[in-house]
Design a protein around this ligand. Structure first.
Ligand SMILES: [Zn+2]
Length: 428
């Protein structure tokens, strides 16, 4: 679609984090053609005009670690100790999940994500062909990770490679959907399995999405088995020779952080999940200072309990300030970088995460005429610390308007909400 957004504030997230107080954006098909200050004086013929008065536009948020279809388990088995919760509640329910569960859960998740400004997500869950179809139907950018966990890893690894071949062959647009191999974690796979995953990922040029050092228990387990930290252990298996997104990375030594930097591992920070599961606080500010690419994720909704990246940005920044007892850690623009461009880099999308000429048109419009968004001394800070996500009114993904003035254009939201509720009534 060809679109011009006029008379709008623009949070560009470009190299200098420029903010244009009043300007315009021209979108040609799936790309940004022009970004400028003041009024647009060019030809408007064949363009849809969006009036941006009282709005600001920012790049779409990139959720770098989630388990989308876990929306079906939101609020289920709350408040239990972690291992009891997983063993007695979550894992037995997940074992019952089939294709239809994933389809319903993913639809609900994607609607929630788009409504709160997420335009790309990195998923790790079962039956990814279902997620692929829903993501294509709803027009959201997605990275599909087939999980590899436990003893059946050989079969699962085959499926992950098959999915990658399938996506390459059938995906309407390779830039919209891609895959990663998702070995669950160092403690849920044998060394042999991890070595094999590392080899296959390398041969097939597929990225790796893995949980690393989420809890102290995991670190203790790996330490007693291999006398290494989980990061050192993964280094020894060759996993880190691939393009890796490491989720959580809560319990890291100085040496671990050096390894992440040297191996160019992207860290997906999940502050709300880490707080809710009482896992700990990741050393994010130190990782950034050491040159690690940090991105942001919500994790699944059973440990969050939503997919709202605005909340995640706020919590993530507040937690770092408190942890280091230092108000200068993670200000608004740092957090916006983590939520947008750093995520795009982590997932290997070229020209994504900025509002700049030639970049993909994944844009989110926010209503600034809300009591919590006035005054506008510091728009970055308003977005991170004052917005709730409900201010998002229009979302453009790959140059297509998906949400317009609060209404989905091609998604029957009411039907999805009704069906999800009905489906969950019979689930438990
Ligand atoms: Zn996770």
């Amino acid at each position: 679609m060809n679109i011009i957004i006029k008379d709008v504030s623009i949070v560009t997230m470009n190299e200098n984090n420029d903010i244009i107080k009043n300007g315009y954006i021209v979108i040609n098909q799936e790309k940004i053609k022009e970004v400028g200050y003041g009024e647009y004086n060019g030809d408007c013929k064949d363009y849809k005009i969006i009036n941006g008065k009282n709005s600001c536009v920012m790049p779409g948020l990139v959720n770098c670690h989630t388990h989308a279809a876990m929306t079906l388990l939101r609020g289920y088995g709350e408040g239990l100790p972690l291992m009891k919760w997983l063993n007695e509640k979550i894992w037995p329910m997940e074992a019952k999940f089939r294709e239809e569960h994933i389809r319903v859960g993913a639809k609900l998740a994607i609607i929630e994500m788009i409504r709160t400004g997420t335009t790309t997500f990195n998923d790790m869950y079962f039956f990814q062909k279902e997620v692929l179809e829903v993501a294509q139907e709803f027009n959201i950018r997605a990275v599909l990770g087939t999980p590899i966990i436990g003893d059946a890893w050989e079969e699962q690894l085959k499926s992950a490679v098959q999915l990658n071949d399938f996506v390459k062959e059938y995906s309407k647009n390779e830039d919209m959907i891609k895959t990663m191999i998702a070995p669950h974690a160092p403690y849920t796979l044998s060394k042999e399995a991890l070595i094999r995953v590392a080899e296959i990922a390398k041969q097939q040029y597929i990225g790796v999405h893995i949980h690393i050092s989420e809890t102290q228990d995991e670190v203790d387990m790996i330490k007693s088995k291999y006398d290494l930290t989980p990061t050192e252990f993964l280094l020894s298996t060759g996993i880190l020779d691939n393009k890796v997104v490491g989720a959580h990375c809560v319990h890291m030594t100085d040496n671990d952080i050096d390894i992440l930097r040297d191996k160019e591992v992207s860290v997906a920070y999940n502050p709300q999940s880490n707080m809710k599961l009482a896992s700990g606080v990741a050393r994010i500010a130190e990782m950034l200072d050491n040159g690690v690419n940090v991105c942001l994720g919500t994790d699944g909704t059973s440990s969050n309990n939503n997919l709202n990246m605005f909340e995640e940005m706020e919590t993530g920044a507040l937690l770092q300030k408190l942890w280091y007892k230092d108000t200068t850690k993670l200000n608004g623009s740092d957090m916006l970088n983590i939520g947008t461009i750093n995520g795009a880099k982590a997932l290997g999308f070229q020209k994504l995460g900025r509002i700049e000429e030639g970049y993909k048109a994944d844009l989110v419009m926010i209503d600034m005429n809300r009591p919590n968004m006035i005054p506008r001394y510091d728009i970055d800070s308003n977005i991170v610390f004052a917005a709730s996500g409900n201010e998002v009114h229009t979302v453009i993904i790959n140059g297509e308007i998906v949400l317009y003035n609060g209404e989905f254009l091609n998604i029957d939201e009411e039907k999805v909400l009704y069906e999800s509720n009905k489906f969950c009534e019979n689930l438990i």
